[in-house]
Design a protein around this ligand. Structure first.
Ligand code: LLP
Length: 424
């Protein structure tokens, strides 16, 4: 897979656009830059990898939810996994079809359930018996039937960061087998509900197909048990979570996952749903930033940059690694040994917290104030997790298509932030 972000003639390019000093002057920093081609390519790669199954990809909107990005995915035929009424509104505003939306999430409010029913989304991925009861009441009141897929917690360990593990019995997500059995057995008491399937999502940034296989080995017999009870179980949603490699900035694992999962599902009567987020969006985006100060303390050298935990929280929240490299470089860092990369530095942001870093103890070439850096693989859980901490405006999002740059969300100003308080 060729990356949409390449070093050519000594400068980083996104598709055909040179991310040089002029670019930074024009659009300012920090800024998120997305490649349209990369979104399309990552979607198509997954679609091809799972082509041995009757599978539908539902892009996980939460990973990168800009309207223009959703539009690109709608155009290539993606369906959408959402977790709030707000995300439903995003998909519809981007021109997506309500019948291609599946709605997951713990703690959906009544107004969100009602909104989704009114919009006639494809189905709800419910997370508890009480949620089903509330949805049943709302559906009956509206004279509608809610199509429901039940999220089960298969209790497998996906071996990822504990904050993004979701399918172990200590996690808040879904129902366990016993609770699931009790709920499905009540189907006749719930006339506003049409049970249609089973959902599992075991975690995120998963590197190995084994936990998916384990989850399926538990889910499949259960799905057949439900069919034997007379329930019309059509859908098996196996969730998202396919990891990427943040060091090489590649999406190598999708094929391996598909190879491990396909044989288990090939002869099953279910339509398979997948909910990838990161494996589509992470390597379709970078965050660009400029050095605002350089200082040392003891043995540490600090490169102080204009992007911080308010723009990209992953390094400080999960100790996540994102490749960071100068925009001007003859060589891509993947082709360098540690020693060739340069002296150590902590790349830190402007926020008043010691946890505000983008990368600690990184080997980087010597930099000057004003030099630009790329923080790679930032398309997923980047902008969407940004905040206004320290009253910093959220960065703009730019979408590149060939040689064309489009500002798909402008930089937030202080006035944007103050307006809500002045109007209050
Ligand atoms: N489906 C459900 C029900 C989910 O909760 C998630 C992610 C996905 C699909 C998509 O997972 P993906 O393919 O992107 O791994 N903020 C964290 C990740 C949190 C994931 C939340 N749920 C991070 O930055 O690593």
């Amino acid at each position: 897979m060729t990356s949409a972000f390449n070093y050519r003639n000594g400068t980083l390019h996104c598709e055909d656009v040179k991310i040089d000093r002029d670019f930074l002057e024009t659009y300012g920093t920090p800024a998120y830059i997305y490649s349209k081609a990369a979104f399309r390519q990552h979607y198509n790669t997954l679609k091809t990898a799972f082509s041995g199954l009757d599978a539908q990809i539902c892009y996980s909107v939460k990973s990168c939810s800009n309207l223009s990005v959703l539009k690109v995915l709608a155009e290539v035929g993606s369906h959408f996994d959402v977790v709030s009424a707000g995300e439903i509104e995003r998909v519809l505003t981007a021109g997506g079809d309500a019948q291609k939306i599946v709605f997951a999430g713990v703690g959906k409010r009544d107004d969100e359930l009602a909104y989704a029913l009114e919009k006639d989304i494809h189905h709800f991925n419910v997370e508890s018996a009480r949620e089903v009861e509330r949805l049943n009441a709302i559906a009956l009141e509206k004279g509608k039937k809610a199509r429901v897929v039940v999220r089960l917690n298969p209790d497998v360990d996906p071996k990822t960061h504990r904050y993004i593990t979701t399918g172990k019995d200590e996690n808040k997500f879904g129902l366990n087998w016993e609770q699931g059995r009790v709920l499905f057995a009540r189907h006749q008491e719930l006339p506003g509900i049409e049970f249609q399937g089973i959902h599992t999502h075991i975690g995120s940034q998963i590197q190995d197909a084994k936990p998916y296989v384990q989850a399926l080995e538990r889910t499949l017999p259960f799905a057949h048990e439900l069919r034997a009870m007379g329930l019309d179980i059509k859908y098996l949603n196996i969730g998202g979570g396919y990891g990427i490699d943040y060091k090489t900035r590649t999406n190598a694992v999708a094929d391996d996952f598909a190879k491990a999962i396909t044989p288990l599902l090939k002869n099953e009567p279910f339509k398979i749903l997948l909910e990838p987020g990161r494996s589509i969006s992470a390597n379709a985006g970078i965050l660009v930033t400029r050095v605002t100060d350089i200082k040392s303390s003891g043995s540490r050298r600090f490169l102080i940059v204009d992007a911080g935990m308010n723009d990209l929280i992953r390094p400080c929240l999960y100790e996540a690694y994102h490749e960071i490299w100068p925009l001007v470089s003859e060589t891509d860092p993947v082709n360098l040994t540690e020693d060739e990369r340069g002296p150590h530095a902590d790349v830190v942001g402007p926020i008043c917290e010691s946890g505000d870093f983008l990368g600690l103890n990184r080997r980087l070439p010597g930099m000057e104030i004003g030099d630009g850096l790329a923080v790679f693989s930032a398309g997923a859980y980047g902008f969407v997790m940004a905040s206004n901490y320290n009253t910093r405006g959220k960065p703009p999002e730019l979408l590149i298509d060939g040689a064309e740059v489009k500002v798909v969300r402008r930089r937030e100003t202080v006035e944007d932030q103050l307006r809500l308080e002045l109007e209050a």
